[in-house]
Design a protein around this ligand. Sequence first.
Ligand SMILES: Cc1cc2nc3c(=O)[nH]c(=O)nc-3n(C[C@H](O)[C@H](O)[C@H](O)COP(=O)(O)OP(=O)(O)OC[C@H]3O[C@@H](n4cnc5c(N)ncnc54)[C@H](O)[C@@H]3O)c2cc1C
Length: 477
Amino acid sequence: MRTSKEYLEKLAGMRKNIYLHGQVIGRDHPIVVARSKAIQLTFDLANDSKFSDLLTVSSHISDKKINRFTHIHQNSEDLLKKQEMTRKLCNLTGGCIQRCMGCDAMNALSVATKNADLRYGTDYHDRWLKYLAFFQENDLVASCAQTDAKGDRSLRPGEQADPDQYVHVVERREDGVVVRGAKLHNTMSPYADEIIVIPTRALTGTEQDYAIAFAIPADAEGVYLVGREGYFSKREPGMEAPIGEYGDIESFTVFDNVFVPNERIFLNGETDIGGGLALYFALYHRHSYTGCKPGTGDVLLGTTALMADYLGIEKMGHVREKLSEMISVCELVYAAGIAASIKSTKAPSGTQIPNVIYANVGRRHAGHNIYHEYNTLCDIAGGLPATLPLSSEYNSPVVGNFVRKYVSRRDGVSAENHYRAAHLASDLLTSEFATILQIAGVHGGGSPIMEDIAIMGSYDLNTKKSLAKYLAGIKED
Ligand SMILES: Cc1cc2nc3c(=O)[nH]c(=O)nc-3n(C[C@H](O)[C@H](O)[C@H](O)COP(=O)(O)OP(=O)(O)OC[C@H]3O[C@@H](n4cnc5c(N)ncnc54)[C@H](O)[C@@H]3O)c2cc1C
């Protein structure tokens, strides 16, 4: 396993291909080092004995101790542990832990590559197993690039006026393929070692060029990472807080005629398996959401309760009802993830697959409530998070006293603690990163309709209709 220092040293040696704030920068740029803090934590805690049970596991291929984010789930217990780890890490960062993407993509590939081999006699699974050995041995961090630009949503990939709206093969060579297109809204590609590319949707038989899955170093020739930074607000020295250390970089990940060698290609033209792979990734990712949404929900809940306490309204009936509502959302989503883990099944590859219904209803419930949770914090915190003077004014020799005096609410709590709590609420409601997390809470893992499609595609509604007929005494239609 690597340390965070080794991870950063590796990044520093990569080709500069990040386009951010009008510059092209490398991974040793202070912004990239700062924004990769959540990923650094996944290394630090894996090497910390207090967290090793959650963050490490024995590899099923080498028996060696590995970081859980590089693991392929072998049983229900693995799925439960991933969920618990995700919630814990989101608690500690106040936001998204980000490394789940690569883990979910690798698990989806483990299932789909085997399915392809069984159906078509290909050798994708062996290729992928070799890549997995390399991935685990080097404790790699991968982003997952699934979401294509997609152009006109009413048209299929093969029908777009511009074929590059979906990543596709533009040249087939003896030693590999050349691909072109862009994957949008990519979390943490700018500080990933590798980018794993998979199809975004179901494909028809004529869309073979779009049925392509592969892994590529994030600095490969022809890869452009056009970034956008997310961060909680900056604090003056003396007013630092743990949450202020975290953030992320999202990117438009552009593949401008990128060569992918055969050994890194895990699907190439099998359209039915391509659609299946898209669904498996979505399923693993929605299961991850049953850990991360309760994790970020805990942060919103705790901040709401703290603000209510400092305002002197914590015991009021309407506040307790709202807190109870927030608890119900967090714990129901988490419970759905637990059910999805316990009711999981084994794929022919031996990989454990979360239950489709429970993972999807959990993710659906989280997405439907995301703005409601923020609304409750906003309600209880009052207008202060939007107007709170920054820590430069808190420390001002002229107006600092006014800030401290008028930010204070009740006796028994220092002005500094009142200020810190309000700053946290402000970070969660108004910062650049907060708004990214809100939109991710709706669209991450697929737009809300996608969960409805997954639920309605798998749920046995006829059994429920038969039950209704039985109770109604209907013998035949
Ligand atoms: C912060 C953030 C981080 C993300 N990180 C990643 C990542 O790391 N990797 C990754 O691959 N993706 C990532 N995503 C992408 C996410 O999965 C997509 O945003 C999501 O799948 C929706 O796709 P879209 O953004 O293209 O929206 P659209 O597809 O444009 O959806 C907009 C609306 O159009 C509707 N719509 C779309 N197509 C149709 C249709 N054919 N018929 C009817 N209605 C339609 C949708 O239901 C939705 O209501 C991230 C997204 C966010 C916001």
